[in-house]
Design a protein around this ligand. Structure first.
Ligand SMILES: NC(=O)c1ccc[n+]([C@@H]2O[C@H](COP(=O)([O-])OP(=O)(O)OC[C@H]3O[C@@H](n4cnc5c(N)ncnc54)[C@H](OP(=O)(O)O)[C@@H]3O)[C@@H](O)[C@H]2O)c1
Length: 112
C-alpha cells in the first residue's frame, strides 16, 4: 500500500536518506527544505511523487500553511516525520540566549 509522507528537513542526513528510500519504493513524499538547491536531484528524479516545499520550522504560521497545503494537494498524509533540527553543544554558561532560543524554536516548538 503506497503511503503519503510529510518529512521536514530532507536536504541531508536521515531526512534525505529516508526520502530517497521511500520514493524508490513508490511512496509520495512532501519534503521540506530551507534551500531548494539541496533537493534538486530528488525533484528531477521524482517529479510526480516528490513535493518539495520551502519551510523553516521556526516559522510556525508557515508550518501550518505547509501542512494545510499538503492536505489540500494530496488529500491525506499517512505519516509525519518531524526530522528537521540540529544539535547544540556546550556548557550552559558558554551558550548565548539567542542560541538557546533558536534550538528550542527549532527542535522543540517547531517540531511539535
Ligand atoms: N545524527 C545524530 O546522531 C542525531 C542524534 C540525535 C538527534 N538527531 C536529530 O535527528 C535529525 C536529523 O539529523 P541528521 O544527522 O540527519 O542532521 P542533518 O544532516 O544536519 O539534517 C538536518 C536537517 O534539518 C534541517 N533543518 C535544520 N534546522 C532547520 C530549520 N530551522 N527549519 C527547517 N529545517 C531545518 C536541515 O536543513 P538545512 O540543510 O537547511 O540546514 C537538514 O535538512 C535532527 O533533528 C537531529 O537533531 C540526530
Amino acid at each position: 500500500m503506497q503511503k503519503t509522507w510529510l518529512i521536514t528537513g530532507v536536504s541531508s542526513g536521515f531526512g534525505y536518506e529516508m526520502t530517497k528510500l521511500l520514493l524508490e519504493r513508490g511512496d509520495t513524499v512532501v519534503g521540506t527544505v530551507r534551500n531548494t538547491a539541496k533537493a534538486e536531484e530528488l525533484v528531477k528524479n521524482y517529479p510526480d511523487t516528490f513535493d518539495c516545499e520551502i519551510l523553516d520550522v521556526t516559522d510556525v504560521p508557515a508550518v501550518h500553511k505547509t501542512v494545510d497545503d499538503a492536505f489540500a494537494r494530496h488529500g491525506k498524509i499517512d505519516v509525519v516525520v518531524s526530522n528537521a533540527g540540529y544539535g547544540l553543544f556546550g556548557a550552559a554558561e558558554e551558550l548565548s540566549d539567542e542560541e538557546i532560543d533558536r534550538i528550542i524554536a527549532t527542535d522543540l516548538t517547531g517540531s511539535i
